[in-house]
Structures are given as C-alpha cells and as structure tokens.
Design a protein. Sequence first.
Length: 326
Amino acid sequence: MLFSRDIGIDLGTSNTIICDKKGRVIIREPSVVAVDVKTKRVLATGDEAKAMIGRTPGSIVAVKPLQSGVIADFDMTADMLRSFIYRSSKRSLFTRTRVVISIPSDVTEVERRAVEDAVRSAGAQDVELIAEPMAAALGVGLPVFDATGSMVVDIGGGTCDIAVTSLGGIAACKSIKIGGDALDEAIINYMKKEHDLLIGTNTAEEIKLKIGSASSYDGEGAMEVRGRNLSNGLPKSIEITSQEVREILSQPVNEIISAICEVLEITLPELSADIIDKGIYLTGGTSQLRGLAELISSKTKIAVHIPENPLDCVAIGTSIKLRRAR
C-alpha cells in the first residue's frame, strides 16, 4: 500500500512556504541556493544559504533561482525544492508525494511546464498548478466558488498578481513584475544616483522596513545608512528620511495602483458591485508596506483589507486546494 504525502507550495521569488494538507506552515525559508562555482555543487538552501552571503570565500555564491516569479535557473530550483520537500516531512519508499504549487497568473505554457518539471525532478509524483491570486483568495477565506466577485491583490517579492474571482475561476486579472524586490532596487538606484553610495539588497530592505511607506504616517523619522563611497571606495554613511524614502517608492507603488485600477475597469458591473461591498484584499509580504492599503483605498474609493497572515495566504490556499481535490 502506498501512503500519500500531500503538500502545498508557495514558490516565491523571495521566499518559499510549504504547508501540509491541514494548512500548517512546515517550511518558510528564503528562495536562495548557495553554490560552489568551481564544482557547481549545491552547498546549502534557504536560511542556511542566505546566512552565507558575504561570509564565504569567493568560490561560493548565493543564487536566487527565481526572478519575477518565474524560474531563471531550472537545476537550482529543482535542487532547492528537493531540499525543502525532503525536510518538510519523513519519507519512506512507500510514500507518494502529491504537490499543489502556485504560479503567477500570466505565466506562459513553457514557464508552467518548467515549474511542473522542477517539482517532479524534486521527487513529486503528482503535481497540480494553481494561479497565485486564486490560491491567495482561498487562503484569505473568500467565497471564490460562489457566484459573487472577490478581488485579491497578491504582492510578493517579484510580482504583483491582481485577480477578480467568481464561480471557481478568474474573471479578470493582471500580473506585473513589481514587488518587494523592485522597491529595494529603487532604493539602491537612488542611493547611487543622489548620494554616490553603494548599498546591498539587505540594507535596502532594512530601509524599506524601518522607515519605508506609501503615504505619510505618525512617528516618521530618519535612519543612518552605511555603504561604500562610489567616488573613492571608502566607507560612507548618510542620513535618509521617511519622506525621502516615500518619494523613492512612489513610482513602483503607483504602478501597482494603476494595475489595480486597470483590472477594476475591465471587471463586469455585477462583480464590481460585489467588490465594493466586500472590499479589496491584499496578500503577500509587500502588502505590509506602511500606508499602502490606505493609499489604494483612497485612489479606488473601495475599502482595502489585509488579513492577519498575508505572507502565508498563498501557501494556505494551496493546502485548501489539496483538500478539495480529494
């Protein structure tokens, strides 16, 4: 007799989250692989790989195998998934692994096949794909199978997926390659251009989390930023304010809001009425940017909600899909 091991996976650009079929998070780790460039051997994945950044010999590099929500390096992604799936539960020779995994809503057939093949290479026998916004809507607890419209905006590390769901399908959607990574990149580029200062992605993320915002907030302040002076190569520190960071982030934030408005414009009137009643739901790590929900609400004139666990909604949704498939 074969025992089945069912897991749901949110394969994100920044983080990979794995849930069991009961919706419990069993793996939450960065989508990072540490590789020996000489031997091409994978040395570590997830938290262990991220901890190696900047603390290893030059022959070891940390790689993000996913870019903008799609697989950039097939072998690395398969190795990373294999490690995560192996660690997610006990295996035996008589275990059959069944996986539901999320993908951006606008991926090509080639990209869909790459995800499916990577999961099979990692040891899964049965693989089912689900669009990220549909998984997010399930994870939030929205009535996606009813004849009513629900709108979810999933903002992750690499992509922003926007969808209106009804009767178990997606009635209107749009995916743009803007997320937390784009916000970090905007901060890095600004520091180079305006302050002649080179900073890394970890520093940019720290700035975003500490004083970043989409609209003004109480207790605004400033923070010291350290990096390398691009003119002479020496260490340099500057002070940056909350208002300055908000202006840096305004362009990518406005692109997200424009995409939301575009989806609302192509949504059927009956479904639009449902969305006005229920509001828009934000999920994903970047949804927690200060003032983002309030800014979206002011621009769309629709209430915006952020669930208690926005980072886990997609993974929880994949586990709900697992249970419904039984």
